[in-house]
Design a protein. Structure first.
Length: 359
């Protein structure tokens, strides 16, 4: 993207700054984000939303703006300076919308940059895990009373286990004999866990578990911290949509508590980090426990197991489909990812009595 093009897009929005420079932010895998530095603060983050992945971009932007405005109202008693650091804020275009669509069909939105903030790609100590748990718990508590019927489903059936099993079974039918043979062990695991992995979906569909605002991408890099590693706010809210608390808690645990990289092939290095689990859960429940029903609380550990499993299933499905969805660096990359997640699931299962004690 040329600097002149970015200037033109940036100046479609209402702001008082003069464009001076930009820096591409490389943390996202779907959208393009740019830090826009102006002649005076505040700076901005200009984001292109990938409309090939997200089919209703205006709806997506309405979701995240509505949630930010809701949180802002809940925190209205904070000093203005603090409020700016605790919740995302979006700029309108000169036409009064929260997004600009260019002649090329691309959608853009503009956020105020939260100055003097830091993020972490991985958790390196229990303090960061604890603060991350506090941030997610607070986010879910502050949005607990939001009317979820006003949100669109940004990615339909994203965590729908029946849908993921259907995709797996379809892939299995058309897979080559060679690939089916290679994954015999993993196929047995998938079949053996089918009943347990549908428990949360059944509880959700029966109404036993509340449908609420969920973030749906709760890796630690989507939390901002101050320079002293205290939590500030949850970011990257593109995937906000209706869901259950177990999806957000579970995905955070999945990404935080693996002692190895997601595609580590030496499975002896893959363990479930119980210390990080305890720290994250402690922070999460400090902010969230009073908002949870007994049944929601009971099934939080299953939320983590379910999210680990669903990623294993998706990697395995893509391997059977000859690697059409996830980018791979070598032929068995998706298979190695699946094996990694199955090992993480096994490690977590072995520690379940200790995990349940944290509730």
């Amino acid at each position: 993207m040329s600097i002149e093009k970015l200037k033109i897009i940036f100046n479609q929005f209402q702001h008082e700054g003069e464009f001076e420079s930009y820096q591409e932010l490389a943390s996202g895998h779907i959208n393009d984000s740019y830090l826009i530095k102006t002649n005076h603060k505040p700076y901005f983050v200009l984001q292109r939303i990938n409309h090939e992945v997200f089919k209703d971009v205006p709806g997506l932007i309405e979701n995240k703006v509505a949630i930010s405005q809701h949180i802002r109202r809940k925190l209205k008693d904070l000093p203005k300076k603090k409020l700016k650091r605790r919740v995302l804020a979006f700029a309108k275009t000169k036409a009064g919308a929260f997004y600009f669509r260019g002649d090329d069909g691309n959608y853009w939105n503009l956020m105020y940059f939260i100055d003097k903030s830091v993020s972490f790609e991985t958790v390196k100590d229990e303090r960061i895990a604890y603060e991350g748990g506090c941030l997610l718990g607070q986010f879910l508590t502050l949005t607990n009373d939001f009317d979820v019927s006003k949100l669109i489903e940004v990615i339909p059936k994203f965590h729908d286990m029946s849908f993921r099993y259907m995709q797996f079974e379809d892939a299995l039918r058309i897979a080559s004999n060679e690939r089916r043979g290679i994954v015999k062990e993993q196929i047995l695991l998938v079949e053996g866990l089918k009943a347990e992995m549908h428990i949360l979906q059944s509880l959700k569909e029966s109404g036993a578990i509340k449908i609420r605002v969920t973030h749906n991408d709760t890796k630690i890099s989507n939390s901002l911290f101050n320079e002293k590693s205290k939590g500030l706010c949850v970011i990257d809210t593109d995937t906000i949509m209706p869901g259950i608390v177990h999806y957000d808690f579970g995905d955070a645990i999945r990404t935080i508590c693996n002692t190895a990289a997601e595609d580590e092939t030496n499975l002896d290095l893959v363990e479930f980090n119980l210390k990080y689990y305890k720290a994250y859960t402690k922070g999460f429940l400090k902010k969230m426990k009073s908002s949870l029903t007994p049944i929601e609380l009971k099934y939080l550990p299953l939320g983590a197991k379910t999210m680990i499993f669903i990623m294993a299933l998706r990697f395995l499905t893509d391997y059977l489909n000859n690697d059409v969805y996830y980018k791979i660096k070598y032929p068995n990359h998706n298979l190695d990812r699946a094996k990694n997640q199955f090992k993480l699931l096994q490690s977590m299962s072995q520690k379940m009595s200790q995990i349940e004690n944290e509730l």
